[in-house]
Design a binder for this molecule. Structure first.
Ligand code: PEP
Ligand code: MG
Length: 590
């Protein structure tokens, strides 16, 4: 079809939500519809019991995965659309399919995947021969169930993620943290997904990897197949499939222009983040992996304002041991020293489901058993992490951050757990930084409203706008349908942020922000004017935010913030800030 604006040609042009800037021109690696590969293996007598168990477990895992998927789809696009999963559940409960597969393993000595594949193929063929359309239309359900169970028999689906040659754009319905954790990040040129919003996992991951991403594309994954050429325009939120030469040429030029802006900004990498009138601002990076520690410095950040330790848990099937964690955290701390690393205790749950902690499917996972709630119920897991962080503190400049705190009770329990961990280490004569600073993420509205009291019991506050915005505005951060309502420039959000910063300062503690809002050039001047002490941003946003900080007087930013806070709607604030940024930073908005 023709692009509306410039008559460029491609087989499909889809518009979604731009969540990570840049332009990728590559080929598709589609996570949906991957072909099932079966090795027709005949097993030994002694292996039968193990293969039967593997099959039974795989069916259970597939059922639980379907339940989670069903509630997500129901939540996002309605009950009707989620009905399809009822059919899949029924297939998984079909005793004929189950018994025949187990029979194939026991009697014909087929491996579990081979036996199940054979049975499903048999039913698939009889459905395709049926004269009734209704039966034929069930084939795709059968295929889906077949793929799902075989994936569980053969192991993690993320294992498939690296099966592509060279580099590619990953196309998927959605990507969970457990999918992306095993990606070979050097091979990924970009992401394009059907679901998602600005702060959904895939968006954060793309920005932290510095690759373009567009989400909320709805039907993209159905429209592509592996190897097809694709352009992901993370600046405009467009995805072009199978573009013609003229379109490619056009996007190559845009890509070059974008890279050129990046090269110019890189010139300020080693300069301090200081306003024209000399106010120093802490500008640090958000990181997910210890092996990416260098990217904080190469982008010009000082320190790490948020180290999400969740991936230490997501990348293993067992709980990480204390020593393994000490290894990861020390790696990060030593690479970043003498600058500080703020290590956030694990924030699992929500969309982050590790294999090692069973998180039962929930109606509202983001309002459910998440983060600190899990830690306080699983003191065994929490204690190990706290000891590991404390031990790593001797290797650098480490601070601790607790996520999803909703009030003082939880904070006090966290501090008790920290004291317990310190005492144990003292008893063992294991060294740690006894003055380690400890802070709280302000990402739940109740914590924001109690920030004055919370601040009296901690060393710093870090505002987590990714969650705070979703809870204040009642807008699911990962739902593309309502992504336009997820507005961090909403006056209610701005007022609350102002209140938190003032509360922190009155209690004598510094206040930072590690949510994605701190990486938004439109928000930066407002936050600066509200007297935010620390911006912890995605590495690729560091140069742009530094440039903004270095280009204004603090008092000028205060005036801008005051004006912004007087508007009544998010769109008014956005219009105003767009104008300010366009006038002041022509090169950023070009
Ligand atoms: C936040 O909520 O702003 C945040 C930084 O945490 P996460 O995105 O990991 O939930
Ligand atoms: Mg959060």
């Amino acid at each position: 079809m023709d692009s509306k604006t410039n008559k460029l040609k491609c087989a499909h042009l889809l518009e979604g939500i731009a969540v990570s800037p840049g332009i990728a021109i590559s080929k598709v690696f589609a996570l949906r519809g991957e072909a099932v590969k079966i090795d027709p293996t005949i097993i030994r007598e002694t292996e039968i019991a193990g293969e039967v168990e593997k099959f039974v477990q795989a069916v259970e895992k597939a059922k639980s995965e379907l339940r989670t998927l069903q509630s997500r789809v129901e939540h996002r696009i309605g009950k009707e659309n989620a009905r399809i999963f009822d059919v899949h559940q029924l297939l998984l409960e079909d005793s004929v399919i189950i018994d025949e597969t187990i029979g194939g393993i026991r009697e014909e000595k087929k491996s579990a995947d081979f036996a199940f594949y054979d049975i499903m193929q048999k039913y698939q063929s009889s459905l395709s021969e049926s004269r009734q359309e209704l039966f034929r239309s069930r084939i795709s359900d059968l295929k889906d169930v077949k793929r799902r169970v075989i994936r569980h028999i053969q192991g993690d689906r993320s294992a498939h993620l690296n099966r592509f040659e060279g580099s590619a754009v990953i196309v998927a319905v959605d990507l969970t943290p457990s999918d992306t954790v095993k990606l070979d990040r050097h091979k990924v040129m970009g992401f394009a997904t059907d679901f998602g919003g600005r702060t959904s996992h895939v968006a954060i991951m793309a920005r932290s990897m510095g690759v373009p991403a567009v989400v909320g594309l709805r039907n993209l994954s159905k429209a592509v197949s592996d190897g097809v050429r694709i352009i992901v325009d993370g600046n405009q939120g467009k995805v072009l499939i199978d573009p013609d030469e003229k379109t490619l040429g056009h996007y190559r030029k845009l890509q070059e222009k974008y890279l050129d802006v990046g090269r110019k900004l890189a010139g300020i990498r080693d300069l301090p983040s200081i306003t024209l009138d000399g106010k120093e601002i802490e500008l640090s990076a958000n990181l997910e992996f210890a092996d990416e520690a260098e990217s904080a410095r190469t982008h010009g950040a000082r320190g790490v304002g948020l180290y999400r330790t969740d991936y230490v848990y997501l990348s293993r099937s067992e709980l990480p041991t204390e020593d393994e964690q000490v290894g990861e955290y020390t790696k990060m701390a030593t690479k970043i020293a003498p600058d500080s690393v703020i290590i956030r205790t694990m924030d699992l749950g929500g969309d982050k489901n590790p294999k090692s902690i069973v998180i039962p499917p929930e109606e509202n996972p983001f309002l459910g058993w998440r983060a600190i709630r899990i830690c306080l119920d699983r003191q065994d897991v929490f204690d190990v992490q706290l000891r590991a962080i404390l031990r790593a503190s001797v290797g650098g400049n480490v601070k601790i951050l607790f996520p999803m705190i909703s009030g003082l009770d939880e904070l006090r329990q966290c501090k008790q757990a920290l004291d317990r961990a310190k005492q144990e280490l003292c008893k063992q004569k294991t060294p740690f930084d006894e003055d380690i600073e400890c802070g709280v993420m302000i990402e739940v509205p109740s914590a924001a409203l109690m920030a004055d009291r919370i601040a009296e019991e901690v060393d710093f506050l870090s505002i987590g706008t990714n969650d705070l915005v979703q809870y204040v505005l009642a807008v699911d951060r990962g739902n593309e349908r309502i992504a336009h309502l997820y507005q961090h420039l909403h006056p209610a959000v701005l007022r609350l942020i102002k209140q938190v910063i003032n509360a922190g300062h009155q209690a004598g503690v510094w206040v930072g922000m590690c949510g994605e809002m701190a990486s938004d050039p439109l928000a930066a001047l407002i936050l600066l004017g509200l007297d935010l002490d620390e911006f912890s941003v995605t590495p690729m946003a560091v140069p742009e935010i530094k440039k903004i900080i270095r280009s204004v007087d603090y008092q000028q930013a205060v005036r801008i913030a005051n004006k912004a806070l007087n508007f009544e709607t998010a769109s008014e604030v956005e219009r105003f800030m767009n104008k300010v940024v366009r006038q002041k930073f022509k090169e950023l908005s070009s």
